[in-house]
Write a protein that binds this ligand. Structure first.
Ligand code: PEP
Ligand code: MG
Length: 547
């Protein structure tokens, strides 16, 4: 048996024979072009066929996230600029197949150069190119194998069009060689509820048909495992998941120590999923996700409406709303930010208010108005805060807007180190472990090759969380975690032991976290936290805490 490890991005355990996604069409030698217009027309009709194909799939998709992603891909394939690129290459002598491939190549380069969110869309572009080339060559479009029995799907990376075809009764789990926690594979796996592991080197070397066991929580993939052992692991995991789903009620340890279990949302569309798992509120409302494609700043009324939708859907429950976290991997076009050599270390999050205080003022006014209209329990926090001065200025702006509770995210080590002082000027802290890992370990959060450094069990990360938790205990103020670490059920008791008072996560992860807390006492949490922080590395911390 061979064990591989990657980043688990959707919890769940599944076993089955591994099959790879069909090969992409190889480019044939270039042929001489005699009729440029005819070549452009051929390319144009192939792209149109891809657009139609994707739109049909979007219409058939039962999951709205999948449908949206497919429509976005169809728009990319139908982009006029792409056809202009094709035309230019044909005029320079390329045939339709090569012109299409070159035009996509140019788009790809600019997406990669932009980095972050756009760089993760590169797999979409490759998928579109492969489909268009296949159409032009008269070959079937590459896609998911259809063996007629359930299987584990392996691929270099998955494109949205592939995942739309996934039948969860046939595809048991996803494993990709590349891709980060925010790649489409990860997003769509979560939407479909399929166990998934990304950034798993070696998976494509496993022979087709080999029995593999995939653990989407730990990121482990066992290839060549014995059938009986695999079945036992899947059965055990299913029993744990069923028991977890049956538990309801507020989050608490077995001795009644309360820990609020909250949901991360990007819009009102995510609220039903949060309700389904009895989330006690929203711990992170990522407002920038509403405006990622905007070239003009959203007006006050539009913002009021978007926030009101979430506030009223969460009636009576806490909603922690984050002011725009623009920049780096989430550039907002309307802010017209200048290019920066290193955007993750640049003007992002609250730092944008240095240049555009008006954007923050409008947003706070919109939040205040939406709160007034709904009477919701609204807490407001800022991303990417580094100093006490920034926190105090932000808190003053929040209060001036008539909003009662101001907090800051802890995403920068400097902020974690000064948590006590921060709690002197704000009402709560919320730890963004995705960025806190990135900045603590100087490891790009999108970089699959550095996944070990981004492991939330890293003792140095836990130590910083502990500083915040201690500060919260001393001040009697809430300290939450809203990064991906909050979705790791095994880690939940450790975070609570470190002083964390709420955990906010994608809704699917919530039942397992609730069950994990119900199985320990508060004293257990403190003891496990001490063991984990004292460990020399992430693997030992995990082992010390969960055996
Ligand atoms: C984080 O950094 O952990 C976080 C929750 O914020 P985002 O992932 O949106 O940057
Ligand atoms: Mg962040």
């Amino acid at each position: 048996m061979v064990s591989l490890s990657g980043i688990g991005v959707c919890a769940g355990v599944a076993a089955g024979p591994l099959l790879r996604i069909a090969d992409v069409p190889a480019l044939p030698p270039m042929v001489a072009v005699t009729d440029a217009e005819a070549e452009v027309a051929r390319a144009s009709s192939a792209l149109a066929e891809v657009v139609t194909f994707l739109e049909r799939r979007a219409d058939r998709a039962t999951d709205e996230t999948v449908a949206e992603v497919l429509r976005a891909e169809a728009m990319m394939a139908g982009d006029e600029a792409l056809l202009d690129g094709v035309r230019e290459h044909v005029e320079e002598g390329a045939d339709a197949v090569h012109a299409v491939s070159l035009a996509f190549g140019a788009f790809r380069e600019s997406f990669e150069a932009a980095g972050g969110y756009l760089a993760e869309r590169v797999a979409d572009l490759d998928d579109l190119r492969n489909r268009a080339v296949a159409v032009l060559l008269g070959q079937p479009m590459p896609g998911i194998p259809q063996p007629g029995h359930p299987f584990v799907l392996a691929a270099k990376d998955l494109a949205p069009a592939d995942t739309a075809d996934l039948d969860p009764a046939q595809v048991l789990a996803l494993v990709t060689e590349v891709g980060g926690p925010t790649s489409h594979t990860a997003i769509l796996a979560r939407a479909l509820g399929l166990p998934a592991v990304v950034s798993c080197p070696g998976v494509l070397a496993i022979a087709e048909g080999t029995l593999v066991l995939v653990d989407g929580a730990t990121g482990r993939v066992d290839a060549g495992i014995d059938q009986v052992a695999a079945e036992a692991a899947v059965r055990g995991a299913a029993e744990v998941a069923a028991a977890a789903a049956a538990l309801t009620g507020p989050g608490q340890t077995s001795d009644g120590y309360g820990v609020k279990l909250l949901a991360n949302v990007g819009s009102a569309k995510n609220v039903p999923a949060a309700d389904e798992v009895h989330a006690e509120g929203v711990g992170l409302f990522r407002t920038e996700l509403l405006f990622l494609d905007r070239t003009r700043e959203p007006g006050l009324d539009e913002q009021v409406e978007a926030y009101r939708e979430v506030f009223s859907a969460m009636a009576g429950r806490r909603v922690v709303i984050r002011t725009l976290d623009a920049g780096a991997d989430k550039p907002l076009p309307f802010l017209n930010q200048e290019g920066e050599p290193n955007p993750a270390l640049g003007v992002r999050g609250l730092r944008i208010a240095r240049q555009r205080p008006d954007v923050l003022t409008t947003q706070l006014a919109a939040i205040a108005e939406a709160r007034a209209q709904t009477g919701a329990d609204v807490w407001v926090m800022a991303p990417m805060v580094s100093t006490i001065t920034e926190a105090a200025t932000f808190a003053a702006a929040v209060h001036e807007a008539g909003l009662p509770r101001a907090g800051v995210m802890i995403e920068v080590p400097a902020a974690a180190l000064r948590a006590r002082d921060l709690l002197g000027v704000v009402d709560f802290l919320s730890i963004g472990t995705n960025d806190l890992s990135q900045y603590t370990f100087a490891a790009d959060r999108m970089c699959g090759a550095l996944a070990d450094l981004l492991d939330p069990w890293q003792p140095a990360l836990l130590q910083l969380i502990g500083i915040c938790g201690e500060a919260g205990r001393a001040a009697g103020k809430p300290v939450g975690v809203c990064g991906e670490a909050a979705a790791d059920a095994a880690l939940a008791p450790i975070l609570v032991g470190l002083g964390v008072t709420s955990l906010s996560m994608s809704p699917r992860a919530l039942p397992a976290v609730r069950a994990a807390l119900a199985g320990v006492t508060e004293a257990d949490c403190r003891r496990l936290a001490e063991l984990a922080v004292a460990a020399p590395d992430a693997a030992t911390a995990r082992k010390a805490a969960i055996g």
